[in-house]
Design a protein around this ligand. Structure first.
Ligand code: GDP
Ligand code: CA
Length: 324
């Protein structure tokens, strides 16, 4: 075992994160290394402005999950949430397809108010994180506006062929085929404060089991981030979000197929082989380990369905061990 992985000596861990899958793995990692040594670089391509409020769904999912305040039934929002404000909004005929709970709204008010006052998203994120008492560092991938945009294959967006990520994911319930994805604004964006240092200075970089196209894709589209990870390829381990050819939840498998990838751990390996030297796959895919290795990655087979904190901690141990 590498120094630090049992807590004797700190090892810096940086996790590239989307929402739920990343949040679960992070919750495992903080059980096996000192939480203060863990940094998550989080996707903001899903961010959306609703009712004038700046919402950062992946940052909030990671925050609420690490705080133990997440709602495991929905996979978003807070446990025990109430919906009075949405009821009020509905009374006026306001748009209510994007549900915002009463407690959750406070997060968006804090973020939006501070952004309006000129505070950067990284500092605001640190404020939210500290408000929940979190020890890991959460970094937005960028402070610039990068918007994941989906082109619908059959014009099912209700007029426009291209829709924002949340319209696709929430309003259309990702039940529509997609022909292309772009990250508007990415080409002129800068990595968020601390992001390149967190990657360059990490003992282990982990690509979380998040959607490779719309969660990790935006991160890699911010100029400088992919190069920084490539430079650490020998210390970078990815966890497959695809198990037995399917996503546990959400459209990762369909999106991969629609965009010309194979929806399997081999397809995941082809997406990550330039940035990561090792892919962790589920026991259900054990027969594909050789095919992953043929793609140029080491392959570790273990149970990756994080159905409990114990499984998440065990997976975290395996992932961190795989980097040594
Ligand atoms: P979102 O932003 O909340 O949609 O979530 P992510 O970007 O993190 O991606 C969702 C992906 O995470 C899906 O493809 C899931 O299959 C994957 N995922 C969620 N939970 C787990 C888990 O426990 N194990 C693995 N291997 N993948 C998971
Ligand atoms: Ca997301």
């Amino acid at each position: 075992m590498r120094p630090g992985l049992r807590g004797e000596e700190p090892a810096l861990i940086t996790v590239l994160a989307g929402g739920v899958g990343a949040a679960r793995l992070l919750a495992g990692i903080v059980q096996v290394v000192p939480p203060a040594e863990v940094t998550a670089v989080v996707n903001t391509g899903d961010d959306v402005v609703m009712h004038g409020l700046h919402i950062s769904p992946d940052l909030d999912t990671v925050t609420y999950t690490l705080a133990g305040a997440d709602n495991p039934e929905t996979g978003w929002g807070l446990a025990g949430e109430t919906w009075q404000a949405m009821g009020s909004l509905g009374r006026y005929g306001g748009e209510t397809w994007f549900n915002l709970g009463d407690v959750d709204l406070g997060t968006h008010l804090y973020r939006t108010g501070n952004l309006a006052a000129g505070v950067g998203l990284a500092e605001i994120t640190a404020g939210i994180s500290s408000g929940w008492g979190l020890e890991p560092t959460l970094l937005p991938m960028t402070e610039d506006r990068v918007a994941t945009m989906m082109t619908l294959a059959d014009g099912s967006g209700g007029g426009s062929d291209e829709v924002g990520f949340q319209e696709y994911f929430v309003r259309l319930r990702h039940a529509v085929p997609v022909s292309s994805v772009r990250f508007a604004g990415a080409e002129s964006s800068l990595p968020g404060p601390g992001v390149l240092d967190a990657i360059g200075g990490a003992d282990v970089v982990v690509v979380a089991p998040s959607n490779p196209i719309v969660s990790i894709g935006p991160l890699l589209a911010v100029p400088g981030i992919a190069d920084a990870i490539r430079a650490r390829r020998d210390r970078t381990v990815a966890v497959s979000p695809i198990i037995a050819g399917a996503a546990l939840k959400g459209p990762a498998d369909r999106l991969m197929r629609e965009l010309g990838h194979e929806a399997s751990v081999v397809g995941v390996a082809r997406i990550y082989r330039d940035i990561a030297s090792c892919l962790v796959i589920d026991s259900a895919d054990a027969d594909l380990a050789g095919a992953v290795e043929t793609e140029g990655m080491a392959c570790v087979v273990t149970d990756t369905v994080m159905s409990s904190p114990e499984v998440a901690a065990e997976l975290a141990r395996t992932v961190l061990g795989a980097a040594s």
